[in-house]
Design a protein around this ligand. Structure first.
Ligand code: ATP
Length: 352
């Protein structure tokens, strides 16, 4: 226990040292096991304001298997089993971020923002839409291709509050691919990506129904608005909440056969993610987003002017020191990514 305490102290020190790689102060914080979910969420809260300010935001949990990624992103696993009904204190980032988003939206003019949710998993380098599966969670092999998403487009469900998001998530989480390993009996074998798309109606679009002081173009667009399922929007931003599958050493997990293939796919996709971050950090002209389905799916959320927050989950025990160092190395790479803010996109028409 004393050794573990010392290790935790070292990890905390390593986390604070990472603060200042180029003489610039970067935000970082190391939380110990004593910190509550609420305290951890305080780090995240301001990103929801950024989302409504027009930034794409991505929050992802990275770490070895069993280190607490699902606990951090969703909440306690045992309570999750009760169909997503979590005690508030155990709620992780996804339920808290959803609640904060709707709290912020409630302060905006009525009906100015709409939110849609999609839930996908990347398993064995294929993307599956969890909202497209049947109630029993089985993927009918006859229709397997229907559930694969070659064009990376997915089902979006409109939601009006955080409880609706958690109800949808509670329903689909049972279908996430899990498999016991030596380290973690309830280990997730896929990357889970929950996307909340926030559409902001332009003031003009809001006023079209009442005022006649619009331009000719707006009148034409309004006339044909029935062609689009949703009203005109002038901006869409996306919050992507990602619970990555665990990075792991094959020897430690004790898996073989199909499970070994899963581990290899997980490790390759995480390595592709690291390569993308490396390319962004070095500002290379080509960023290899297409090298894996995971990075392809997250392209909007980690490229451009998106804000990315990575929660590194690190085991506070001596026996996992190799994995912990590997996770910290990933964190170092993330920190090196500096992003320029390009011109904002405006007046984008959303078509379904
Ligand atoms: N900070 C924490 N406080 C209390 N329990 C925790 C904490 N972190 C993790 N746990 C518990 O440890 C176990 C493993 O955590 P979790 O499922 O979140 O790991 P994981 O990193 O998502 O694993 P995998 O990658 O294998 O899916 C769970 O039972 C979880 O409730």
């Amino acid at each position: 226990e004393e050794q573990n305490k010392q290790l935790l102290q070292k990890v905390k020190e390593a986390g604070s040292c990472l603060n200042d790689p180029n003489g610039k102060e970067l935000q970082s914080k190391v939380h110990g096991p004593e910190d509550s979910q609420e305290t951890v969420f305080e780090e995240v809260k301001s990103l929801l304001t950024s989302l409504l300010d027009g930034y794409n935001v991505c929050i992802m949990a990275y770490g070895q298997t069993g280190s607490g990624k699902t606990h951090t992103m969703i909440g306690s696993q045992s309570l999750e089993a009760k169909l997503g009904i979590l005690q508030e204190s155990q709620e992780g980032i996804i339920p808290r971020a959803s609640a904060e988003l709707f709290r912020l939206i409630s302060k905006k003019p009525a009906e100015s923002h709409t939110v849609e949710v999609s839930v996908m998993e990347v398993y064995n380098n294929e993307v599956y839409d969890l909202l497209a599966r049947d109630e029993q969670g089985r993927v009918d092999v006859t229709f397997k291709d229907k559930f694969k998403l070659p064009a990376l487009c997915s089902i979006y469900r409109p939601v009006n509050n955080a409880s609706e998001i958690m109800q949808i998530l509670g329903g689909v989480l049972k279908r996430r691919v899990k498999c016991p390993t030596l380290i973690h009996a309830d280990s997730s074998r896929s990357h889970l990506v929950v996307s909340l798309t926030v559409s902001t109606k332009s003031p003009n679009a809001l006023a079209l129904g009442e005022k006649q002081t619009c331009t000719v173009l707006q009148k034409v667009l309004a006339h044909f608005s029935h062609i689009w399922e949703t009203p005109l929007v002038n901006e869409q931003t996306k919050l992507q909440l990602v619970d990555l599958a665990g990075s792991e050493c094959v020897g430690m997990t004790g898996v073989s056969g199909a499970a070994l293939w899963e581990v290899s796919c997980i490790n390759r996709s995480l390595s592709a993610l690291s390569d993308v971050l490396g390319a962004l950090a070095e500002q290379r002209p080509h960023v290899p987003y297409r090298n894996s389905k995971l990075t392809h799916l997250l392209q909007d959320a980690i490229g451009g002017d998106a804000k990315l927050l990575v929660m590194l989950c690190v085991s506070p025990t001596q026996c996992f020191v190799t994995e912990s160092l590997q996770s910290l190395a990933f964190g170092t790479r993330v920190r090196q990514v500096q992003k320029e803010r390009p011109q904002r996109r405006t007046n984008t028409l959303k078509m379904k």
